[in-house]
Every structure is written in structure tokens, then in C-alpha cells.
Design a protein around this ligand. Structure first.
Ligand code: HEC
Length: 156
């Protein structure tokens, strides 16, 4: 009885300690290294720099999308401005459009990228880049970046 009460208080104290330590470290060094992208917050931006994934999205976009969608997501006479599309488009709808492709008005074709590994593998990065553009966080030029963390991105 006494014993179990004692261990319970030890456990509670150690839980409190764990939380206060992790709370402290999160507050003192939360930065791009702790960033985990999600559809709700796909990019990280601080001090004029984006996370490496978003930067990679800039590169992928300009390798595979800008011929039709214009530089920096600004659109062309052929295809819509994706920085406008992403103000209303969900991540799921975005992925769907890129994977399945589309046939638009006047036979303007959005090709399917389902077979393009360089696009499919980095689709979240491309989304992050365009979302940062849509939110007005970065401008049309090459963004500054934080170094790569965790996942290894082939740099070719
Ligand atoms: C060969 C030209 C071409 C290329 C390359 C291309 N697109 Fe498209 N895309 C289009 C056209 C045309 C449309 C409009 C189709 C329509 O009217 O429904 C479109 C539509 C889209 C849409 C839907 C936009 C909206 O507002 O509904 C998304 C998202 C999209 N493209 C993403 C991409 C991404 C990402 C890439 C690069 C991986 C890419 N596209 C490459 C031509 C292209």
C-alpha cells in the first residue's frame, strides 16, 4: 500500500520531469531541424530561408512543370498559374491532378506524371514550394535554404 503509493509518486514526478525537459529543449532549439512537413504545413520558412524540401520543390518545379505553368508558378497562356490554384486546392487534389493528368479546354493537356519518378517521389516538395508561393512567403526567384536534414535527397 505504502509502497505502491510511493512508486506512483515517483512515476508522476519523472513524467513531469520528462515533459519539462522536452518542453525546455523544444523551446530553446526548435528550428528547421525539427520541421516535419504535412499537408497543413508543407514548408518551413524562417529568416528568409526555406527548408531543403521546399528548395528541392523549386528545382523540381522548374525541371518538369514550368515549361507549361510558367516560371515560379505564375502561369502561361497554355496552363494555369499554380500559385493561384494552390490558394484553394487541397494536397489530395493536387496529387490527383499530377498523377492522373487532365484534358483541359481547347485540348490543352496536363500530362500524367505517374511514370515520372523524379516528380512522384518529390511531389510533396513541389507542393511545398508552390504552397509557399501561394501564401506569398517566397518570391519568384530561387529561395535561400537551410541545409538538408534527415531524409537524403538525390541531388542531380
Ligand atoms: C505539357 C504541359 C504541362 C506540364 C509539363 C505540366 N502541366 Fe499541369 N496543367 C497543364 C494544363 C494545360 C492544365 C489545365 C488543365 C485543365 O484545364 O483542366 C494543367 C493543370 C494542372 C493542375 C490543376 C490546376 C487547377 O487549378 O485545377 C495542377 C495541380 C498541375 N497542372 C500541376 C502540375 C505540376 C506539379 C507539373 C509538374 C510536375 C505540371 N502540372 C506540369 C499542363 C501542363
Amino acid at each position: 500500500m505504502q509502497h505502491s503509493k510511493f512508486s506512483k509518486s515517483i512515476i508522476l514526478a519523472s513524467i513531469a520531469l520528462t515533459y519539462s525537459i522536452s518542453g525546455y529543449s523544444a523551446a530553446s532549439k526548435a528550428d528547421y531541424r525539427d520541421f516535419v512537413p504535412s499537408p497543413e504545413q508543407p514548408y518551413y520558412f524562417q529568416d528568409g530561408k526555406v527548408d531543403f524540401g521546399t528548395y528541392n520543390g523549386f528545382r523540381r518545379y522548374h525541371a518538369d512543370c514550368h515549361v507549361c505553368h510558367g516560371p515560379a508558378g505564375m502561369g502561361s497562356s497554355y496552363a494555369p498559374a499554380l500559385l493561384e490554384s494552390l490558394k484553394v486546392m487541397s494536397y489530395g487534389d493536387f496529387v490527383n491532378a499530377v498523377v492522373t493528368g487532365r484534358e483541359g479546354r481547347d485540348n490543352m493537356i496536363m500530362p500524367s506524371f505517374a511514370q515520372n519518378v523524379d516528380v512522384i517521389k518529390y511531389i510533396a516538395d513541389i507542393y511545398a514550394y508552390l504552397k509557399a508561393r501561394a501564401d506569398g512567403v517566397i518570391g519568384p526567384t530561387r529561395p535561400d535554404k537551410f541545409p538538408k536534414v534527415k531524409k537524403l535527397i538525390a541531388d542531380k
